[in-house]
Design a protein around this ligand. Sequence first.
Ligand code: ADP
Ligand code: MG
Length: 276
Amino acid sequence: MTAAAPTDEPGAELRDVTVEVAGRRILDRVDLEVRPGELVALIGPNGAGKSTALSTLAGDLPPTAGRALIDGVDAHRLRPLELGRRRAVLPQQKGVSFSYPVREVVAMGRTPWARTPEASHDDERIADALARTGVAHLADRDVTTLSGGELARVSLARVLAQGCPITLLDEPTDALDLGHREQVLALAAGLAHDGGAVLAVLHDLDLAAAYADRLVLLHGGGVVAEGRPEEVLIASRISEVYDHPVEVVPHPSSGVPLVLPVRPPSRQRVSGTLDA
Ligand code: ADP
Ligand code: MG
């Protein structure tokens, strides 16, 4: 096989990808893949390169070196319409600046399917996406009037309505409360269970450990660990990468790793505040 040959492997993949912007190396020889049937959590501190990796995987940002493959084809060779039928992306910035009813925002996810047989399912897919993200009651609301958490779920509904085999979610839970976080990750795991290739950038390591099949830890533009949650969430490694001491303990009922930041005892914290 030559270096440029397609592989026909379904899913999204970065192969030895370097991204430089304005002379600065943001990703450094990253290998990353998400395949049908798996939920991958991309974790790492602020500025690690997670969003850049996700945009490159999505085919929205061309690598400086290496290859970004979607279903085995170099992403930059796919036309926007083809990209839109293969992968759906929830960006980190979920703002919508125009006044639209929520239903129409979700319907925008259907754009890539216009004038195809799949378009006959538009109404069904939109209703299903609104229901699964718990925002059906907001369907007629002006999107600019939503709370941050509501807007995040509407944005996710748009991504679901797109109905792609590859789903890439950048911090899908950042504006959400505890219950909605669990629901969104259960939904992402459900997509993978149904055969989707799903990658989510997550800051909540416990959530990542509980729901993802595999974690990829990015730091300083490179992958520093990858594997099952208990393989990646090692206290010494997480403490170093996040520059804060942590303990990792098993969840009392599930046994899945929980990452606990080391904190001063509460009395000391109170006196610290009073002294300051
Ligand atoms: P993460 O999502 O992990 O927080 P990003 O991928 O957004 O990180 O960014 C990684 C680093 O690259 C950051 O230091 C960010 O400031 C920088 N960066 C990202 N995009 C650009 C850009 N277009 N121009 C300059 N620097 C950028
Ligand atoms: Mg980011």
